[in-house]
Every structure is written in structure tokens, then in C-alpha cells.
Design a protein around this ligand. Structure first.
Ligand code: PLP
Length: 467
């Protein structure tokens, strides 16, 4: 007997959802008035809803279903592990095969001497671990004041209080008393919106220099770490100018601070390499992982730490008073291992780099010619379109930010494509296994949605530039 019934009438599911389920990142009154779309099944890159509509998932769930839906190997692995050992903890001098296998697999896959793994249940938890870890690291070296973490405006590092404080999302900070003390935010390398008259290269360097200025202003003896995503995802697929990461790396090398690279989206193939830090030639001390690590089939996240730092931490730190009940959960670890096996054995990352990402790139960039699009940008399997009322000036719409993006997203869903909007940017991050014909379909539906949104915006008088 299965308690979950996929075949109830949509209206009944929607009514129960509205009555009892509070959704994340959602205006509850608004969605309850309109009714949720109930997803009942998925296979490959396609979702099916409770009315039988098929949708191409251009977002891989929330940037996570890297190997695509419906891989029964992962389901079988979970079932096997659940019967063998559904749960045990790793706190009190105990361990188990799935966590041991996953940690060694991650150490092999991660670049350089990123060899020590601390596991969590999500990316947010992993970033909370990072805050605790870097502060305790410096304290155990006799530098307890070295505790400030520098992060970036419009960065995203998760939604727990610690992770959301590292993040630079002003709408999140406006609720619940964030950020917590000891976190400083510097500019994001978002040339399209914030670069003004400078070239992307100049702007990238200027943003990097802000890290150095901030370290100097706070005093190097007070700064523990800098954290950033290689490419900002939730902020709107913001691909930094080419000068940015070399500049940041130089500054981190010249100062005694730790570099935390949040690979929760970029990790596991998204940018065309196993990790975003390889795409940008960054040498992190710690990386945050989650999402694509299990392709979302099980909730799991973690931090991978450089050997040398983990050694010092082990020698000097004593007991680390931190951990989660589900750190290294056996079922999540087993499923993550199976996901990584598939990614590796089927050379999914290589196929992205050599075949599908270049194909998607050419098609996606051609959307930049659309009259509603100010810039099309893409790296690997993550792309964005800047909607604009005026191509030449990069100026935003006069009306409320995000209104145009929402109109375009609604058309996109109606056309059968899950494309997300972040303000007036349209973004995609499809499963890494998307084929060329599915890419054709994605870009065709995106193009049609742009046409429809453009017609609506003109008709509603919304193609006005903010002055
Ligand atoms: C999604 C995300 C997180 C948070 O991960 P959760 O699993 O949602 O807690 C952290 N960092 C980045 C870059 C993310 O995209």
C-alpha cells in the first residue's frame, strides 16, 4: 500500500496544499489564490504535472538534477542501503562504508589537495559549518579576533541564518535580523547592471580591488576568510569579467585569509569542468558542495578542505563542537556515490564541455538579437538573458523590477518550458544530460516566450526606460 496517490484530482491536491503546506520563498496569499502546479513524475529532462502536461525542466529542479530524472540505479542504491543500514551517525568514533566511500571519492574528484570532507544535509548547513570552521581554525592558531568573513552583495549561500548572512540578498536580510555580526559585503562583479562606463575588464579589477581595500580597512588580523560563488547562480547567472578571479586570487595569495569557494551550483559539471574553480583557475582552501553532488536524489551537502588546513585543525583544534544528526547519512552518501559514478563513467562532464555546452552556447547567444534582450550570456550549462526596454543603454525598466521577467516566465511555463526569472533576468540551468534536440526545443520555447512577453510589454506600455 502506498499512501501517496498521484492520481487525485488536481483541484483536491491544490486545496490541501493551500490548507496545510507553507512553501519556501513564496508569497503564500498569492499562490493560494492561484493554485500550485503539482508535479507528479519526471524522466530525463521532462516533468509531468497532475493534469498530464509535459514540461522541459530548464532549471534541473533547483540547479541540481545534473544527471536528469528517472535514473533507477539511484533508486535501487537507496533501497539497498535502506535495508542494509538506513541510518547511523558518525559522531562517537563510528563510521560506515557509504560515508567512507563518498569522502574518498570526493577527495579524488576535487582538485589539488582538497582532500578532507565534512558532511552536512544541505548547502546552507555546509556554509554554516564553514563559518564555524574558519573561526575555530584561526582561534586554534591563537588568533581569535581573526573572525570576519567577507562576502558579496547579491551572493547566495543558503537560507539558514548563518548562510543567509553570508549571502548578500537584501530581501532576505530585511527579515529576521540578518546579517549576523562579523560579516562584510563587497560589490559583486555584475558588469551589465553595475559596470557603468568602464569596460568589463576594468570593472572586474575594480571589484577585486574592493576585497583588498576591505581587508586593509578591517585589518588583516581581523579577517578570517572571503567567500564567493565562481559564477553567481541565484543572483542571476552573473559571470564575472575575465579579470575578476585572477585579481581575487592574487589578493588572497598576498594576505593571510582563507578562500572559500561556494561550488554548490558550479560543482559537478555545471560550468563544463568538475568544479567551477577549475574553470576559473581558482585555488580555494575550502569548497562548499551540495545540489549536483547527489543530483538532488537525496539531500546532502558538505565542505571539502585542503589537507594542510585540515591537518592544522586536527592538531590544534581539539574537539570541533559542531555536527548534524544527518552528517554523512548512509542513504544520502550511497546515492551520492552512485550519482558520481554515473557522472564519471558516462563522461557526462566531458560531453557537456565538448558537445552540448558549445551547442547550447551558440543557440542561447543568438537570443541576444531579440529586441527584448539586452545581453545573453552563458557558461557551461547555465545561462541568462537580460530583458531590457532599450538595448543600447543597459538601463532597467521604469516599472517595478521583475514585472517583465514574471510575464516572460508565465509564457515560458505555458509553452512547456521551466525557465526562471530573477528580477528581469531569465535564467536556465538544465540537466547536464540534455541532448541537442532537447536544446533546440528549449531555445525555441524560450524564443517564443520572449516574443509573447515583448508583445505584452508593448501593449501594456511597459517598454519604458528608467531615467
Ligand atoms: C542552493 C545554494 C546554496 C544552499 O543550498 P541548500 O541545499 O539550498 O541549503 C548555497 N550556495 C549556493 C551557491 C547555492 O546555489
Amino acid at each position: 500500500m502506498n499512501i501517496i496517490d498521484n492520481h487525485q484530482p488536481t483541484a483536491k491536491l491544490q486545496a490541501l496544499d493551500a490548507a496545510h503546506h507553507l512553501h519556501p520563498f513564496t508569497d503564500t496569499a498569492q499562490i493560494n489564490a492561484r493554485g500550485t502546479r503539482v508535479i507528479t513524475q519526471a524522466n530525463g529532462v521532462y516533468l509531468t504535472d497532475s493534469d498530464g502536461h509535459k514540461l522541459l525542466d530548464g532549471m534541473a529542479g533547483l540547479w541540481c538534477v545534473n544527471i536528469g530524472y528517472g535514473r533507477t540505479e539511484l533508486a535501487n542504491t537507496a533501497a539497498r542501503q535502506m535495508s542494509q543500514l538506513p541510518y547511523y551517525n558518525t559522531f562517537f568514533q563510528t563510521s560506515h562504508p557509504p560515508v567512507i566511500e563518498l569522502a574518498s571519492l570526493l577527495a579524488r574528484l576535487a582538485p589539488g589537495d582538497l582532500n578532507r570532507v565534512f558532511l552536512a544535509g544541505s548547502g546552507s548547513e555546509a556554509n554554516d559549518t564553514n563559518i564555524r570552521f574558519v573561526r575555530h581554525y584561526w582561534a586554534s592558531l591563537g588568533k581569535p579576533d581573526k573572525s570576519v568573513i567577507i562576502a558579496r552583495k547579491n551572493g547566495y549561500h543558503g537560507s539558514t541564518i548563518g548562510a543567509a548572512s553570508l549571502g548578500g540578498m537584501s530581501a532576505m536580510h530585511a527579515q529576521g535580523g540578518m546579517p549576523i555580526p562579523g560579516i562584510e559585503h563587497i560589490s559583486q562583479p555584475y558588469w551589465y547592471r553595475e559596470g557603468g562606463d568602464s569596460s568589463p575588464e576594468e570593472f572586474g579589477l575594480a571589484c577585486a580591488r574592493e576585497l583588498e581595500e576591505t581587508i586593509e580597512r578591517l585589518g588583516e588580523e581581523n579577517v578570517a576568510a572571503f567567500i564567493a560563488e565562481p559564477v553567481q547562480g541565484a543572483g542571476g547567472v552573473i559571470i564575472p569579467p575575465e579579470t575578476y578571479w585572477p585579481g581575487i586570487q592574487r589578493i588572497c595569495d598576498a594576505h593571510e585569509i582563507l578562500l572559500i569557494v561556494d561550488e554548490v551550483i558550479c560543482g559537478f559539471g555545471r560550468t563544463g569542468n568538475w568544479f567551477g574553480c577549475q574553470t576559473f583557475d581558482i585555488r580555494p582552501d575550502i569548497i562548499t558542495i551540495a545540489k549536483g553532488m547527489s543530483s538532488g536524489y537525496q539531500p546532502i551537502g558538505g565542505s571539502i578542505i585542503r589537507e594542510e588546513i585540515a591537518e592544522v585543525f586536527a592538531d590544534r583544534g581539539g574537539e570541533f563542537n559542531h555536527g548534524y544528526t544527518y552528517s554523512g547519512h548512509p542513504v544520502a552518501c550511497a546515492v551520492a556515490c552512485e550519482n558520481l559514478r554515473i557522472l564519471e563513467e558516462e563522461d557526462i562532464v566531458g560531453n557537456v564541455a565538448n558537445v552540448t555546452a558549445p551547442y547550447l552556447r551558440e543557440k542561447w547567444l543568438s537570443l541576444g538579437d531579440h529586441p527584448l534582450v539586452g545581453e545573453a550570456r552563458i557558461i557551461g550549462m547555465m545561462g541568462a538573458l537580460e530583458l531590457t526596454p532599450e538595448k543600447s543603454s543597459r538601463k532597467p525598466f521604469a516599472g517595478e523590477e521583475g514585472a517583465a521577467g514574471l510575464i516572460c516566465r508565465e509564457h515560458s511555463f505555458s509553452n512547456g518550458l521551466v525557465m526562471r526569472h530573477v528580477g528581469d533576468k531569465m535564467i536556465i540551468s538544465p540537466p547536464l544530460v540534455i541532448s541537442r534536440s532537447e536544446i533546440d526545443e528549449l531555445v525555441e520555447m524560450a524564443h517564443k516566450s520572449l516574443d509573447q512577453a515583448y508583445a505584452d510589454l508593448k501593449q501594456q506600455g511597459l517598454m519604458q526606460v528608467s531615467r
